[in-house]
Design a protein around this ligand. Structure first.
Ligand SMILES: Cc1ncc(C[n+]2csc(CCOP(=O)(O)OP(=O)(O)O)c2C)c(N)n1
Ligand code: SF4
Ligand SMILES: [Mg+2]
Length: 327
């Protein structure tokens, strides 16, 4: 007797599982999706930020019934999507400065409230530099005042728009234009930087989540959950940058997956100050599998291997795995 195995074809993640029950299908499976960030933009081939933004804002548009305004910080996402006088955005969208997207979003939400408009929703968005560094005071203020804004950070771990400089989200040992691979501790220094999602959580706001472009269904689901709530909400998405990371374009999704599966980027949800859910690692990989595919870490493998630095990075991943219970 042999047991029969049944396979269910649901379509790939890329096409949004369009053979599933309609209620379970992804936003991207629908021909009626918003195409929030449509064709014609100038992002590099394989840009994780373009992919993440498209999925996130399409999901937010569906959740709001198309009634959504976005405020965007300066950065690659703004520059590649809106070369004057063109725009790839299919929703009301405003850019002001590098450091004030949360404050602009707050202002829009306040203006809507003053006008008695309780239906239009507001999203703020920016890169890790705009969010974790220069815009952080505005973001913290937005959180503690309880403003009705969903803020999304697209974290590519550096100031990519201006030529790949280090940010507060750049990982230790990574080579950037301002952290060269020289000296006994090459690349970005150890003991600097910050975890924006954990600091957001410490504000005890209604919703905080991390996500990656390797799990786009999860990203859509988190945006949808965030949009069902009011008050300040924060989603931090790891987005790969082939140019800044020195990776091949077709590795973008793979690298995001390796970041999560190695434990270097913990994927979790939280609310009111507590972590409420984590995405478990399905196939644990050593950090080396992630590092060796990126030229920003090439100095750890040649001209001689830096096993000491690789072990230190592994210890960071192990700490995340233990701290968030990722296995
Ligand atoms: C006050 C100010 N300082 C510096 C700049 C130059 N600048 C524009 S975008 C940017 C970096 C953006 O990095 P990030 O927010 O991480 O977005 P990315 O390009 O990586 O997506 C910098 C330094 C600026 N526009 N305004
Ligand atoms: S530099 Fe990086 S973030 Fe900017 S468009 Fe290119 S791949 Fe995207
Ligand atoms: Mg960046």
């Amino acid at each position: 007797m042999t047991e029969r195995i049944r396979f269910y074809q649901t379509g790939s993640f890329a096409v949004g599982n369009r053979l599933l029950d309609p209620a379970q299908r992804a936003v991207q499976s629908s021909p009626q999706r918003a195409n929030a960030l449509t064709c014609g933009h100038r992002a590099c081939q394989g840009c994780g930020e373009a992919l993440g933004a498209r999925y996130a804002i399409d999901a937010a548009l569906r959740a709001s019934g198309g009634d959504l305004i976005a405020a965007n910080a300066t950065g690659c996402l703004e520059v590649f999507s809106t070369p004057y006088p063109e725009s790839s955005w299919q929703l009301p969208w405003i850019h002001s400065l590098f450091g004030n997207a949360p404050a602009v979003a707050t202002g829009i939400a306040a203006a809507l409230r003053a006008k008695g408009n309780a239906h239009t929703r507001v999203v703020g968005q920016g890169g890790d530099g705009g969010t974790v560094d220069i815009g952080f005071a505005c973001l913290s203020g937005m959180f503690e005042r309880g403003d009705d804004v969903l803020y999304i950070c697209y974290d590519n771990e550096g100031y990519m728009n201006t030529g790949v400089q280090r940010s507060g989200a750049t990982p230790p040992a990574a080579r950037t234009a301002t952290t060269q691979a020289v000296g006994p501790e090459p690349g970005a220094p150890w003991g600097q930087g910050k975890s924006a999602p954990l600091i957001a959580l410490a504000h005890e706001i209604p919703y905080v989540a991390t996500a990656t472009i390797a799990d786009l269904r999860d990203l859509e689901a988190k945006v949808t959950r965030a949009m069902a709530l009011h008050g300040p909400r924060y989603i931090h998405i790891l987005v790969t940058c082939p140019l800044g990371w020195g990776a091949v374009s077709h590795d973008s999704v793979r690298l995001a997956r390796l970041a999560a599966e190695s434990g270097l980027f913990p994927v979790f949800e939280g609310a009111e100050g507590d972590v409420t859910a984590v995405t478990k690692i399905r196939h644990r990989v050593p950090v080396e599998a992630y590092l060796e595919r990126q030229r920003r870490f090439a100095h750890l493998f040649a001209p001689e291997r830096r096993d000491d630095v690789i072990a230190r990075i592994q210890a960071r991943a192990d700490r995340n795995i233990q701290r968030f219970g990722l296995l």
